[in-house]
Each structure stands twice: as C-alpha cells, then as structure tokens.
Design a protein around this ligand. Structure first.
Ligand code: UTP
Length: 456
C-alpha cells in the first residue's frame, strides 16, 4: 500500500474496508484539498456504511403485513364531525399548533432550477408553493387570532436558496419570530458495488436523509425545544409539493385530540391497485404503519374484499399530526433509529478525474416509519379532491399540469357551494389563500366573464 504521509491511519481504514479508490487522485491534490478530503472522510461512520451496504438487494419483509389499518371517516356533518371541529378550533385558538413543511428533497423529477417550494404553481397568480403555504398560515392565524409557527425543513442542497427566497419576499407575511428554517441530515450514496463515491475531488456524494430525517432534525436543531417552550403541543406535518393541503385542519386536529393520539395521519382511498402511494397497515401488535407502494407485494396490492374494494385501500398523502411530547420521547437519545430504504438512482459523481453519471444507490428514511412507535395513532379519511394535488412532474400524473387543474376545480367548487355564478368564459379560477382557505370564507362576489380569474 502507498504511504500518505500524515494521513496514514485514517486512510488505512478506508483501504481495509475496500474504499481505497477514494484516494486514487491523492497525488493530484494540493495540501488544502487533502485536508478537505481528510476532514470529509473523518466523518464517515463505518458501521452506518456497513448497514447501508447490507440493504442493497434486500426486500421488505412480507410476512409483517397482516391487516389494513382501520380508519375514521368524518366526511359528513355528523355529531362526531361537529364535536371534532369545535374541539380542534378551540385547540388551535389556544396556540397549540405549529405547521411543518418538509422541503429538503431534491425535486429531481420536476427538473426545476432551485428549491421545489419556489416553483410558481399558481396558474394565474404565479405564486410559489412557499407563498401559498405561507398565505394559508396568515389566513388561519387571522381566523383563529393566534400566531402559528411555520417550520421549514431544508437540506444542504437548498438551505441557502430557500432562506434567501423567503427573506427576499419578507417571509410572505410570516413574522421572523414565527419562522423556523433548519436543515436535515445527509447520508452517503453508494455505487453499484456498494462503494462510496465522490461529488468532487474533496467531497463525498451524499443525499438528504429522507423526510424521515425530519423528526431528528427537529430535535437536533433545537426547534422542538423552542416550540415546546412556547406552548406548542401538536405539529401539523405536510410536504412542500401539495398546494391543496389543509395545513391546519380543525376537524382532523379535533379527532386527533379526542382519540388521544400521539400521531395521526390522513388517508385517501387509492384510485386502484397501481397507484404509487403507500398504504396504511396494522402490524400484529396492533400498531399502525405505512408500507411504501414499492414494498407492497403485488398480490396484496390487488387483493379485494367481497364487495370488490381493495383490501389495502387507504393510501397515505403524507399529512400527519405529531405530538411534540411523542417526538421528544422518541428522539431522547439524540436521534431516532428509523430504517433506511434504498433506491436505485442516477448519480452525478466525480470519478477517475472526470464528472460522470453512474447508476448507484440512494438511502432515505421515511417519516411514516415513526408511526409504529406511537402507542396511539389514528388514520383519518380525507377527500382527495379537496386536499391532494401532488406536484412531482412537469406533465402527466402528479404534475404541475394536473395540480393546476385540481386547484381550479376545487376553487370552482367553492364558488358553487357559495352560490356564486361562474360565467361561461371562465376556464381557470385561482383564489388567494389570503381571501379564502375554504368555501365559507368567500364573500358574495360577481366573477368577470374572463378566461382566467384570480380572486384576491
Ligand atoms: P419526494 O419523495 O417526492 O422527493 O419528497 P422530491 O425530492 O420532492 O422529488 P424527487 O423524488 O427527487 O423527484 C416528498 C416530500 O418530502 C420532502 C420533499 O421536499 C417533499 O416535500 N423531502 C424528501 C425532504 O424534505 N427530504 C428528503 O430527504 C426527501
């Protein structure tokens, strides 16, 4: 083996673990570059590396899935619905709820330059996803006469750009005291042989550690402690790419409180066995969980009851409520040991002196793997048309195109519910969250007979 004066001990460990390729370019590096690479590699956790390597080629343990999770349906204005609404509203008014958007993903399918939250999803207004979420918070805060903290999780890849975007737009009306932006952890990606790869000559190739990293990041950033200090008890969690999400849903919150749940999750009936959405399950010990669509065996995905309905019907749109005390409990050791899931992806790496695209593996934790840790957890059925418009791609399924259509459809529905006439020329409607977050908020208005209408 070569000698790497002054750096031998660490470098020997890498060679001993089959990772000596990371030093092939050692002789071409300056002293400063060697120090940077050395510093980077000193942080490698070999036992984590061994865990990641062991995941390559493994499959989800099928035997663990026994039953679909039970769920609560409060869609009609029943007594239970009204009770949940009133309990939820009182709880929000007391300032016990914070809003948490996870926005650390790389948004690779969308192919948008910059953080996904900056994408201008508003078809008429051009408002970004971040602006839409922020304005909903402003609206709810006015409605319930309370300040609502906004938590945004970013990653190394988009933290600075996200912070600057919000700063340049004065947080879209959210006060600095109510805004918490913090980064999630990163994890090494591996090549097809399970070897570490470099992003550039002195930096390992890493990816954000998945939305499952959010609970640990809440704790390690100190944000959880701050929230609890200001009396927040419940965190309303959602993904940045759903412009229709009801970021604060009093009925959902009320049901969560009534059931004394540590975690609650919204569920939507799957459109069919092939819909790419995780499903809610109940494990043998009675605890709830979600199985990702790619881990649900085809046979179970297609299984139906006697009435032809899918057995594993309830899908997860990634909308949850977490009790702060629950997050505090499961992160008391500093982090939570959620499992990593592995996915084959294209990686743009630096290898043999050049940048190239290779096939490799990325590892991510999923937030729903925290569900089985809860002693009490409920699944709450929601209406897909009213609150789910995922923006994953530019066109096609779960795209900018489909989300804009769903937004316009919902806003038209709100107008109809309110008895407001939609003139014949109107094809697209957009409603500012500052005006309305639900049909009841709409004032009596007369729409112009124009193709695209924006109500503010
Ligand atoms: P997706 O899994 O859809 O990933 O994230 P993505 O990064 O947005 O898009 P692709 O897969 O690269 O095309 C769902 C939600 O979880 C967040 C994303 O920002 C999005 O809100 N997320 C994902 C994180 O916050 N961190 C991660 O490490 C991964």
């Amino acid at each position: 083996m070569e000698t790497f004066y002054g750096y031998d001990d660490l470098i020997k460990q890498f060679f001993a673990r089959g990772q000596g390729h990371l030093f092939q370019h050692w002789n071409t590096l300056s002293e400063d570059e060697r120090n940077s690479l050395f510093k980077e590699l000193k942080s490698v956790d070999f036992s984590l590396l061994a865990t990641l390597q062991s995941l390559i080629g493994t499959r989800y343990p099928e035997h663990e899935i026994l039953e679909p999770a039970p769920y609560i349906s409060l869609t009609a204005r029943t007594d239970e619905y009204i009770e949940a609404l009133s309990i939820g509203e009182a709880y929000i008014r007391k300032g016990k709820v914070a809003v948490f958007v996870v926005a650390g993903g790389q948004g690779s399918r969308l192919g948008f330059e910059g953080p996904k939250g900056c994408f201008p999803i508003g078809e008429v207004s051009g408002k970004s996803l971040f602006q839409i979420h922020a304005e909903k918070i402003v609206k709810y805060a006015r409605k319930y006469e309370v300040s609502i903290p906004w938590l945004i999780m970013t990653s190394d890849a988009n933290h600075t750009a996200t912070s600057e975007f919000l700063h340049n737009h004065r947080n879209f009306g959210i006060s600095d005291n109510d805004l918490y932006i913090f980064s999630q952890g990163m994890v090494s990606s591996l090549d097809m042989e399970g070897k570490l790869v470099l992003e550039n000559p002195t930096k390992l190739f890493k990816n954000p550690d998945g939305h499952g990293g959010s609970l640990t990041a809440l704790k390690s950033s100190g944000v959880l402690a701050e929230l609890m200090g200001r009396g927040i008890e419940t965190i309303s969690y959602f993904q940045v790419d759903n412009p229709l999400v009801k970021i604060i849903d009093p009925v959902f919150i009320g049901a969560h409180i009534i059931h004394n749940a540590e975690v609650s999750s919204k569920g939507i009936p799957k459109t069919g066995p092939d819909e790419k959405i995780g499903v809610f399950v109940r494990y043998p010990d009675g605890r709830m969980g979600v199985v990702e669509y790619s881990d649900l065996p085809e046979k179970q995905a297609k299984e139906t009851g006697s009435d032809g309905t899918l057995k594993f019907l309830m899908g997860s749109p990634a909308i949850h409520l977490f009790q702060c005390a629950f997050i505090e409990e499961i992160t008391s050791g500093g982090s939570i040991n959620l499992p990593f899931h592995v996915a084959k992806k294209k990686l743009k790496v630096w290898q043999k002196g050049v940048f190239s695209e290779i096939e490799g593996f990325k590892f991510e934790k999923f937030v729903f793997d925290a569900l089985p840790l809860a002693k009490k957890s409920i699944v709450f059925e929601m209406n897909r048309q009213e609150e789910f418009a995922p923006v994953k791609n530019l066109t096609g399924i779960d795209s900018v195109e489909s989300a804009r259509k769903l937004m316009s459809n919902l806003y038209k529905e709100w107008l109809r519910n309110k008895g407001i006439e939609i003139p014949p020329a109107v094809a697209v409607v957009e409603i500012s969250p500052l005006l309305a977050v639900e049909s009841d908020d709409l004032p009596a208005i007369v729409l112009p007979n124009e193709k695209k209408v924006y109500l503010t």
